[in-house]
Design a protein around this ligand. Sequence first.
Ligand code: ADP
Ligand code: PAZ
Ligand code: K
Length: 259
Amino acid sequence: MLLCIDCGNTNTVFSIWDGTSFIATWRTSTEHQRTADQYYVWLSTLMNFQKIEADITEVIISSTVPRVVFNLRVFSDRYFNCRPLVVGKPECRLPVDVRVDAGTQVGPDRLVNTVAGFNKYGGDLIVVDFGTATTFDVVDTDGAYVGGVIAPGVNLSLQALHEAAAALPHVDVTKPARVVGTNTVACMQSGVFWGYVGLVNGVCARIKEERARPMKVISTGGLAPLFQQGDALFDHFEDDLTMHGLTVIHQYNKELGSS
Ligand SMILES: Nc1ncnc2c1ncn2[C@@H]1O[C@H](COP(=O)(O)OP(=O)(O)O)[C@@H](O)[C@H]1O
Ligand SMILES: CC(C)(COP(=O)(O)O)[C@@H](O)C(=O)NCCC(=O)O
Ligand SMILES: [K+]
């Protein structure tokens, strides 16, 4: 079976793919100090607890944090006896083109989202990923990644407000009942929630205008469900878009290898 690892700046998600569906998914915080042995203790404990008997023989990794890749490679080699496929490395081929400025390092998560979005919905897409950063990935008619937008993440904005202003508390993001807040927390939640609704609407409208064609907007990432609440920002919401993309890229490389 295939172990898919999606490492973001905040969380790392592990999913086991049996060739047809994901049989288990677990999330841990991203820490570059974590060793191969620590990953295994954590993963095997959860597998035993849930009585998941998976014979993992292949591993694919996408990581926005370059430093964690070393230990994940050792983890894969030591415990599953395999060399992982790492998105963004030359040996990992992509089924789509990447058309950006020469020398630019595109976040692997954005490439994986592009592949997944194109595989599910075809071309002319905007994939909005609400992770540590809020990213917009623009997918061309032929599936190519052609750039996008990087905005500060939702929680990052709230955290920055709290850290920079002595009188502003730490608050969790939520959809406020009204736009006009009547206390500090409600004002901050409104600023971030409605600010992001405006940001997403505005950026998507400008992308569509710049490209002069209709495009589907797909949302994913930890905080995407929050923005799904009734504001018609997106055409589709995908809970596990990045994981789906990892399985597509893995399959593509396997077929290339055997042909
Ligand atoms: N279900 C959730 N509810 C609220 N916040 C969440 C949830 N899942 C993730 N988050 C928060 O959303 C942000 C992005 O999470 P995630 O998508 O895992 O980021 P990344 O992929 O960059 O690691 C983080 O600040 C995380 O704490
Ligand atoms: C923009 C990102 C920080 C988003 O990371 P995430 O929110 O998923 O942790 C990541 O995709 C990245 O480091 N990108 C490199 C620059 C680029 O994509 O152009
Ligand atoms: K992101």
